[in-house]
Design a protein around this ligand. Sequence first.
Ligand code: TRP
Length: 354
Amino acid sequence: MSAFAPRVFSGVQPTGNLHLGNYLGAIRKFVALQESQDCIYCVVDLHSITAQLVHEDLKGQIRSITAAFLAAGIDPKRHIVFNQSRVSGHAELAWIFNCVARIGWMNRMTQFKEKAGKDRENASLGLLAYPSLMAADILLYRATHVPVGDDQKQHLELTRDIAIKFNNDFSGRIAAAGLGTEIAMGDETVNGYFPITEPMIEGPATRVMSLKDGSKKMSKSDPSDLSRINLTDDADQIARKIRKAKTDPDALPSETAGLAGRAEADNLVGIYAALAETRKADVLTEFGGRQFSEFKPALAELAVEKLAPINAEMRRLIDDPGHIDAVLKDGGERAGAIAERTMRDVKEIVGFLQ
Ligand code: TRP
């Protein structure tokens, strides 16, 4: 084969509610990509037990992320939507990658250090191996492109390192089995089984910050619900949170340079621009010189216009778990068929009897 067919893969953990930051930073991008690409979107339930083993309602969380995917406009017929634990190849390939990756690579991951905190000895082994499972998610489908938030950049670099090491360590066997594909690496072309995945990282424009502190990312773990707009919030809740969002006493500037040092103003203008699909400069052309008392109602109206239909559809879907489960089952079967071919090749390359 010469060159890998383009394929998009991404995953979202079923922990906590999705919020505006997840929508603008990830899910909206997933929806846009499906117009031109072959996409696989996965609810990564195996990842969700790495930091916390027992969840009160994991099934409900898995359904809720799936509902958000569908409500936002992802088409599960033309593309694949499924939950990770349904396809055993994720765990199988992750095991092989645990033997490809080095402990030192895992120890360097900033997300591991943050999540494990001070008591590293007491973190689960799964939390340490998390990026190896993430590499397996992507490479099980030999995905070439992965849209994610910038906090996942280091994990994607590790995915590339795992693919490169696997391709190198097994280069002779890959060639002997006739399973190599041409990969352009700088000026050279090498042969490998796994593609060297390209990250598609969200730009700073779609980085949504807390409504209560413009220096912190909007997060599902923030104790204050007023800090974020959840995809399950209805029109009244959305409007109320924007009304209560932290601001400063000055009017909006007419140019983006005037947003420097005004984190909350910058964030609200950024949210407006992202929702309206324009640039901050265009928002300031319209609102420069106006007070927040005028800007906030306009922002609330726009947010409600864009998010309320998604919210309504999400609620409708959550009330129909049978439909969601059928979507995941069908997606799991189609993902499983691709995964099975990869695992057959990988077992052949590693040298297992099958
Ligand atoms: N680690 C990702 C996150 O927390 C979720 C994830 C798991 C993922 N597997 C993936 C994202 C594969 C992209 C591709 O956001």
